[in-house]
Structures are given as C-alpha cells and as structure tokens.
Design a binder for this molecule. Structure first.
Ligand code: SF4
Length: 364
C-alpha cells in the first residue's frame, strides 16, 4: 500500500514538472537532478511520455537530420579520452590532411538526396587560427553556401580570436559544432590538453559573431548523473541551439575502451531529461546510437529527441540512411526541417511548421 502511495506521488511530481515545461516554464537544477535520478521503469516511462508531449508541442512531427564530413582526419594533438583521432592513442583510425572540394561536394550531394538539412565539416585538430587554413575553410564554406543544397555547418575546434569567428560568419557559416562534452567537474577526466573554459570561450566568440551553436556532450564516459544534469543546465545557460547527445562507443586503444555500456533505459531517461531542461532546443542523437540502443533506436523520439545524425560518424559506422528514413516514416515523423529554421526556439514559436512562425530568425 505504502509503495503504491509512494509511486503515485512520484508520478504526480513527474506530471507536475512535465506540465510546467509544457506550459512554457522551466525546471530548476534540483528538479532536473531528481529526474535524472529516477530508477524505476514505470517512472521512466512516465517521464518519456512527458518528453514526447513536449517535443510535439515545440517541434510538431519535424525531425532535423544532420550529417558530417571528416574534412581532416586523425593525428590530433589533443588527448580526449573517447576519441579515435587523438595522436595520444593507437587506434588505427585513418589520417589525412584537409580534403579537396570534390569529396565534400559528393557528401553534400548524397546528404541532399537523403533529405539531410545540414552537413558539417569536421576537422581533427586543436583549433582554427588566422592563416591560410582559415582562408581555405572560408572558401569551402562559401562554395557550399553558393550551391545551396544543404546548410554548411562546421566543427573546427577551439577558436581563440573573435576575428576568426567573424571571418567564418562573413563566409556564410550559420551554425558551429563545439561540444562542452560533459560537466565542468568531469571535464579534466576526459581531456587535459585544453580546458573547459577554452570551450566556453569558443562558444562565446561564435555567439558574438552571430553564429548558431551546436553543443552537447557524450554519455557513458564514467560521469555521474549529476554531471549529466550539470551539462544540460550549462548548455541551457550558454544558449545552445542544437544539442547533440552522443553515447560512448568505446574505441579500442583509447582510455575508455573498457567503459561499461549504459543501459538502454538510462540512455532514454537522460534524453528525456535533456528535453525537459531544454524544451525548445533541437535534441540530436548523434554518435553511439546504433551500438548502444540497438532495437530501441526508434524510442529516442518518444524520449524527446527532435534531431538525428545520419550517415556514418567520424570513425564508426551508423545504420544505413535508408533504414533511418524508413524508421521516421513508420513513426509518422517528417524530416523536412529546413522550412522551419531555428524559429521554434523563440518565445511563442511552435512546431506547427507554418511559414509565418518561421518568419524571424531566433537571436542567441
Ligand atoms: S575530440 Fe576533437 S580535439 Fe579531441 S582528440 Fe578528437 S579530434 Fe582532437
């Protein structure tokens, strides 16, 4: 009897928090952590159903598809413990310099055929400075912008000068990927060659330049639920527009190669918590989806995800794009996100997809 009462009070609290977010309110850190700490399957399923309603409220049935091109691979000076491309570990991952335009154009063509909205140029290096490489990156962004097939995004590491961010903006860059990765507390366990503050400062330069921010993290590196909660609130504070949630795919040769996998319910619950803490943002499920979620991949949308990375990841394989598109079709979800832009992140914006609701771009 007391168990029943206890459980019904937990369900009532989940409903109260879910309803508040649905009505446009926000969670406190203490409330977010309480959700991250839910253990029982029935509580987690209840949370997922609220996350699903909140996704539908702000995103309708639109799903943003994004893919990446590894524009410079391997031999990275940094020691990120999860990464196959770090020169600090023997992983057998490919290594090549900044790619010519042709393979990038080919990737963009393929992405366009598959209904992908944005293709991000990703480079394995510490960061981008003034000089010939910045010129080359800007040329590539201009070319991609000119052909107009998909939105050219970029993820090019740490930016230390406002001028570099401004040059990217001038070249036509709309959105830059730069994960916080985890909480400030846990970050030194993951990387020692640059700091959490280097990452935060990069995001500040990009925002100052008027570039939208794609920033999230990785679950399953050994962080606590408090760290996951802290990451979600940091992303809210920093004003991320797109929040990639990666789930560790342990790479042989890296320090995390033997990390135990998170359970499927723990992953889905974490996605749902991100949705409740970041109700208007794109919550994008990225690396590690197939290997960690297996047959439960379609549950990410019920957990509140509104975006998905398709095609292969930087160093690991994803399931075929056709399978992902079929999954969306089976669920009645629509990948034609591009009509909508970032307008649904504004106060009053919604997931209806009407042109009038997409009239003004969001300010970050
Ligand atoms: S995550 Fe990026 S910065 Fe870190 S080692 Fe990999 S490529 Fe380098």
């Amino acid at each position: 009897m007391s168990d029943t009462v206890h459980n019904s009070s937990k369900l009532s609290r989940i409903a109260e928090l879910g309803q508040r977010v649905l009505d446009g309110g926000q969670l406190t850190r203490e409330e977010g952590l309480w959700l991250f700490n839910l253990e029982e399957t029935s509580d987690i399923i209840s949370l997922l159903s609220w996350a699903n309603r909140i996704r539908e409220r702000y995103k309708g049935n639109k799903i943003h598809l994004c893919s990446i091109v590894n524009a410079k691979a391997g031999a990275c000076s940094e020691d990120c413990s999860f990464c196959a491309q770090s020169s600090h570990y023997q992983t057998g991952s490919p290594k090549y310099g900044f790619v010519d335009p042709e393979p990038v154009m080919q990737a963009v063509d393929e992405a366009k055929q598959n209904g992908v909205t944005a293709v991000s140029l990703v480079a394995a290096w510490k960061g981008l400075n003034e000089g010939p490489m910045l010129d080359e990156v800007c040329d590539r962004i201009r070319e991609l912008k000119a052909i107009g097939k998909t939105r050219p995004d970029a993820s090019l590491g740490i930016i230390k000068s406002q001028h570099v961010a401004d040059r990217l903006k001038e070249a036509g860059l709309e959105c830059y990927g730069h994960n916080l990765e985890t909480s400030r507390r846990f970050f030194p366990n993951t990387c020692t060659t640059h700091s959490y503050d280097d990452r935060v400062q990069t995001i500040k330069h990009l925002k100052q330049a008027g570039i939208k921010i794609c920033s999230g993290g990785i679950l399953g590196m050994g962080e606590t639920r408090e760290d996951r909660c802290e990451l979600a609130f940091s992303l809210r504070e920093i004003g991320a527009n797109v929040v990639p949630v990666n789930i560790l795919n342990p790479i042989k040769g890296t320090p995390y190669e033997n990390n135990p996998p998170l359970s499927v319910m723990e992953i889905l619950k974490s996605i749902a918590c991100f949705r409740l803490i970041l109700p208007r943002q794109e919550i994008m499920i990225a690396g590690g989806r197939t290997v960690n979620l297996r047959d439960a991949q379609s549950m990410i949308f019920m957990a509140g995800a509104s975006a998905m990375m398709v095609g292969n990841y930087l160093t690991t394989l994803n399931q075929p794009v056709e399978k992902d598109l079929q999954m969306l079709k089976d669920l009645g979800l629509d990948p034609s996100w591009d009509k909508h832009g970032f307008s649904d992140q504004e106060e009053g914006g919604c997931g209806c997809g009407h042109e009038s609701c997409a009239a003004e771009p969001a300010t970050v």
